[in-house]
Design a protein. Structure first.
Length: 411
């Protein structure tokens, strides 16, 4: 092929890059993610010749598209699923050496089809409420949404009252923390959230934890009449809890986001029967997440602790606390599922992490941890999602792909 000086320079740069990239310990999957002509692309003459060859191959009508696709993946540094790449060598065992190009290419195409998954079900929508995402530090609450319009004077006055009362409520709750650890988790988290400056308030998280505060108020107020084994609160302690919960109700409704979430919870499609069905799985997942130091960011673990402890007493299913538990669990699962799908859209090499490094090297460890968690807790995840067909179908497809991939690696 005729080469000019510019082509010589590009060739030399590509050769030099190859020598530095292909070193001991580098895996084939990593090499496949390197562009064939890094930086400036192929020499102009090479590009022209490739376009001419591609046209000739296609006009031959012998199925050369499988090889065109393979070469252009190398040009772009695109790593395709392992089984698709292996189809190019598998056909050697299946096709006699004397077979013509058309039959050989047809067999390769057939093998690729066997290993090319059909598109999975669509990603379920998150519910209005706390939104989570997975980053290098694990599962974390996303940045708060804007506050929107509110009456600064009224909201500041209500917040000042909450900030004065919360330390007293927190001190009283600490004294019975061993007896009522759930109440302690809710009050502590609420006091931290409401103490932030108005401009920095996370209204969505405050609303979610506040539902737990209201549920605890309801449960401890009814406790003397309901009986049972739970120890009641001292009158002064209960009065403080009731006062803080009442002011919280007025405070949260002073924000447009708080009113939106309250209305959504009050008109939710969730029946008491559905909430009762999902509670065991939701609590199991929240319990594990709040102890998962390597998988969930510290501040978010404290938030999960408060959300889990919102499910107190027999009336929680019909309260806003039930919706809050549902939303946090659902939105967390969607964040984790998106991570696994983003790591490898075909879920073919996600356990090995080959595709993860190409997207974000910092997420490689998180993917490995969440894959292991998903395989271990697959039944709990499916139990929670069973009442929601779109969520259940989505997670079943992810778990099925992970289990197939894991079984292949164990052979």
């Amino acid at each position: 092929m005729r080469r000019d000086h510019a082509s010589e320079v590009i060739l030399e740069q590509a050769n030099s890059s190859d020598k530095s990239d292909i070193a001991p310990g580098v895996r084939p999957a990593q090499v496949a993610q390197i562009e064939l002509w890094p930086g400036r692309g192929p020499p102009p003459l090479f590009g022209e010749q490739w376009e001419m060859l591609k046209e000739e191959l296609r006009s031959a009508n012998e199925g050369w598209d499988v090889w065109i696709d393979w070469y252009e993946a190398r040009l772009d540094g695109r790593l395709r699923p392992r089984d698709v790449e292996l189809a190019y060598v598998e056909f050697i065992r299946a096709v006699p050496p004397t077979v013509n190009a058309s039959a050989a290419n047809a067999e390769i195409k057939r093998l690729i089809g066997l290993h090319t998954p059909t598109p999975g079900p669509p990603t379920p929508a998150t519910e209005p409420g706390p939104i989570l995402e997975v980053g290098a530090k694990g599962l974390v609450l996303a940045a708060p949404t804007p506050l929107g319009e509110f009456d600064p004077a009224v909201q500041s006055a209500l917040q000042d009252r909450l900030k004065r009362l919360c330390p007293d409520l927190l001190d009283a709750t600490r004294r019975v923390g061993n007896t009522h650890p759930g109440l302690m988790a809710v009050v502590s988290e609420y006091a931290d959230l409401v103490a932030q400056p108005v401009a920095s308030l996370d209204i969505t998280s405050l609303w979610a934890v506040g539902t737990g505060l209201l549920a605890n108020r309801e449960a401890f107020t009814r406790l003397p009449q309901a009986g049972g084994m739970t120890e009641p609160l001292e009158p002064d302690h209960l009065a403080l809890l009731q006062q803080v919960a009442a002011i919280h109700g007025a405070f949260i409704l002073g924000f447009a986001r708080g009113r939106e979430l309250t209305d959504r919870a009050d008109h939710s499609r969730l029946t008491p029967e559905i909430l009762a069905a999902i509670l065991p799985a939701a609590r199991e997942l929240l319990e594990r997440w709040r102890h998962a130091k390597t998988m969930v960011e510290e501040r978010t673990r404290k938030f999960f602790d408060a959300i889990e402890n919102a499910t107190i007493g027999p009336s929680w299913q019909t309260a806003r606390a039930g919706y809050s538990v549902y939303v946090v669990t659902r939105n967390s699962l969607i964040a984790v599922g998106k991570l696994l799908l983003r790591a490898n859209s075909l879920l073919a090499t996600v356990v090995g992490g080959a595709m993860v490094a190409a997207i974000d090297p910092d997420l490689a460890e998180q993917v490995r941890l969440w894959v292991a968690f998903t395989l271990e807790q697959s039944q709990t995840i499916l139990s929670f999602s069973e009442s929601f067909p779109e969520l259940n179908l989505w997670w079943a497809s992810i778990i099925d792909a992970l289990e197939r991939d894991n079984a292949f690696r164990e052979k």
